[in-house]
Ligand binder design. Structure first.
Ligand code: BDP
Length: 694
């Protein structure tokens, strides 16, 4: 097995699920219906065929026990005859219920629309894949978030920015004439976890994607994705009116520019009637934007929103903005820029905010924008691709990180104002809501660069559907579907996954440290680096370490980033005593001999955390070794080899970091802790010319 089948392997179950008689084919009562309805029954035929060893038989009525009744009340008389209450399912929701029809037991998979039925079909298959019986079922589910979107940082030349899983899966050269079967598999995999949108191109956008030749290619992909409930979106380059429109300006208040975008939107919708809208990175890291014309981000977003509105399209405007001219703490800049604009955006604009105020680090506190802009729908942006978390080889399950952010309490409207409630619209009453994940998908056979990186794609979809789900429960489903529905296999795997993120935080950036990786490619440790032209691109800017201490003072005595949070959160982080250890050096600059709650000095505690991170990876390797023979040889070997790389690199992170801090503080290591294997000069001398994804 090379991992290509993801969590949709449908290998034969060793014990038949209760309620299904595997001696005969399951009756599948489903109408022919729309392409989406066909996708649903097709998946059930494929899935049950694999799991039960016998494909179901299409049938007009239930005449045997164990049948499946699939459809909407509007399209299926059999479903309508069940008189189920589907009102609360809304759009895209479904119910799965054990019923009795014509004296026979059956399972109904019902939605108000075909896409709900498709999601319900995948859910039913998941139940069987994870070892649940097909009896006594009575569940209802619907997405808590409207837009559940993957952001591909794919370039038109086939490369992927921060991609560690091969090239872009979009074969622009052969599109629109050749539709690679992978496009359908991609859509199936996404539909199976409820993802309903995809931004095809990099936020550092090439305007060419908006030209007629490319729009035809985009339309071809949209056609493949449509039956699976997935809409396409494009990253729009703000200066496109100049670059491909021949205008002299891209000023959002200029009538000719506004007309250009309206015409462009009309043109797009002529070829892609259900086009989703635009994602925009503007005035960030050299990208053009409205500020080039002394206009605000709201002026820019609203212009595009006005062009898309007649067609029902939306704008996802990114808040990842910081400026080389702004001397304020970099982590404060997005809030400084956007908070004053609350209430100024059109109804079809979402602000897409990274989970933390800096940039997808192994750990950051939640972005203070969550809860601070009640009049604007804030869309969460997570990074699935592991740019800062060891690329494809390190086993780091991101579920716990995302859960930590979603469950964080903003206190915006008192206790219980979690980030999840901001994002799903509950807190401020928004109907337009969204979550985006920067995709980790490429042309590698296993899609994501490693088997375990598939779990991050999977968990993203599940959390986007319902941000209150547990990362552990999701890992458990994934492990059972991906490997085997067997405790002896799933439990150790879930254990490894659940420990993995904290391990990475510990060996890379413990106790609230951040942004200490190598310049540009972001591979490996370089806390000493001070070589980049912008101060806030350099690790030394973030750790502020010298012979006396370490950490970034963001309290009221320092940059006062704490006051961007609601008062109870600000008070918690401003006070050294109440700041959790996990965020200690994010908010405080402390002497090396500061006494931690544990009684250790800060320096000793740092060394212990680094070492613990490495030890956890050793433990993960040992756990994995016990699965030799219990999981297939190919995926076993890949994971074993990658864990060896991870252990080596965790050691490198630990040793290089400790060597550097010691060159500043000259302190001895706590008793029993091994010194770095090499000199600081050795770690500094390492260089990497062609790392992936840069
Ligand atoms: C940074 C990445 C860079 C992206 C940027 C972004 O290093 O490649 O372009 O985020 O999100 O983390 O725009």
């Amino acid at each position: 097995e090379d991992g290509h089948d993801l969590w949709l392997r449908y290998h034969a179950l060793t014990t038949a699920p209760a309620g299904i008689d595997t001696r005969q084919a399951v009756q599948l009562v489903a109408g022919p219906g729309s392409p989406t309805a066909k996708a649903a029954s097709g998946e059930l035929i494929r899935g049950l065929g694999g799991l039960l060893g016998k494909a179901p038989e299409l049938s007009g009525a239930v005449s045997r026990d164990g049948a499946l009744i699939v459809g909407t009340p509007a399209s299926s008389p059999v479903v309508a005859g069940l008189h189920l209450d589907t009102r609360e399912l809304g759009r895209e929701g479904y119910l799965i219920k054990s019923v009795v029809v014509n004296g026979h037991t059956a399972t109904a998979i019902v939605g108000n629309d075909d896409i709900g039925v498709l999601y319900g079909s995948f859910r039913f298959l998941r139940l069987l894949q994870t070892g649940h019986p097909a009896t006594g079922l009575d569940l209802r589910d619907r997405p808590q978030v409207k837009l559940r979107v993957l952001d591909h940082w794919d370039n038109l030349d086939g490369s992927v920015e921060r991609g560690y899983a091969g090239a872009s899966i979009w074969d622009w050269w052969k599109l629109p004439d050749y539709l690679d079967p992978r496009y359908t598999d991609y859509a199936r995999a996404n539909a199976s976890i409820g993802i309903n949108g995809t931004v095809l191109n990099n936020v550092n956008a090439d305007p060419l994607v908006l030209t007629p030749a490319y729009l035809k290619k985009v339309a071809a992909l949209a056609g493949v994705f449509r039956p699976w409930g997935i809409r396409v979106y494009l990253s729009a380059r703000f200066s496109a009116p100049i670059e491909i429109g021949g205008l002299k300006t891209a000023d959002p208040l200029d009538p000719a520019v506004r007309k250009w975008w309206r015409d462009k939107a009309d043109e797009i919708y002529r070829v892609i009637p259900d086009f989703g809208g635009f994602l925009v990175k503007a005035n960030s890291e050299g990208q053009p934007g409205p500020q080039d014309y002394h206009r605000t981000h709201a002026d820019g977003a609203n212009m595009l929103a006005d062009a898309l509105a007649p067609h029902g399209g939306i704008v996802m405007w990114r808040a990842f903005v910081y400026s080389e001219h702004d001397l304020d703490d970099r982590t404060k800049q997005a809030y400084n820029e956007f908070k004053p604009l609350d209430g100024q955006f059109r109804d079809n604009v979402l602000l897409q905010v990274k989970n933390g105020p800096l940039d997808f680090q192994p750990r950051e506190p939640f972005s203070p924008l969550f809860g601070a802009m009640p009049k604007t729908p804030l869309m969460m942006e997570f990074q699935i691709t592991k740019e800062y978390l060891g690329f494809a080889t390190h086993l780091v399950y991101l579920g716990p990180m995302w859960e930590e952010v979603l469950r964080a309490d903003t206190y915006a409207k008192g206790k219980g104002s979690t980030v999840a409630k901001v994002v799903d619209g509950q807190l401020d009453g928004h109907a337009l809501t969204g979550i985006a994940g920067v995709a980790n998908i490429g042309t590698d056979r296993d899609w994501s660069g490693s088997v375990f990186d598939q779990a991050n794609w999977y968990a993203f979809g599940r959390l986007a559907w319902d941000p209150t789900q547990s990362a552990r429960a999701i890992a458990d489903d994934w492990a059972r579907m991906t490997f085997a529905p067997d405790d002896a296999v799933a439990k150790p795997i879930v254990g490894m996954m659940m420990a993995s993120r904290e391990a990475a935080v510990d060996y890379m950036t413990p106790l609230g440290l951040a942004h200490l990786m190598g310049a540009g490619h972001h591979y490996g440790p370089a806390p000493w680096d001070d070589s980049l032209p912008r101060a806030d691109w350099n690790p030394v800017y973030y750790h502020r370490a010298d012979k006396n201490g370490i950490g970034f003072d963001r309290t009221r005595k320092g940059s006062d980033a704490v006051d961007q949070y609601a008062p109870p959160v600000a008070a918690e982080f401003n006070n050294l005593k109440s700041t959790p250890d996990a965020y200690l050096l994010w908010f405080h600059h402390l002497p090396w001999d500061y006494r931690m709650r544990s009684g250790h000095t800060l320096w000793d505690a740092l060394v212990m955390h680094y070492t613990h991170g490495v030890d956890e990876v050793k433990q993960m390797r040992a756990t994995w070794a016990t699965l030799d023979g219990r999981v297939d040889a190919q995926r076993y070997a890949q994971t074993a080899a990658f864990l060896a790389i991870q252990q080596h690199e965790a050691q490198w992170w630990r040793d290089a970091s400790i060597a550097y801090w010691q060159s500043l503080n000259h302190l001895p290591l706590p008793a029993g802790y091994a010194p770095p294997a090499h000199t600081l000069e050795y770690y500094k001398s390492l260089s990497f010319h062609y790392p992936p994804g840069h």
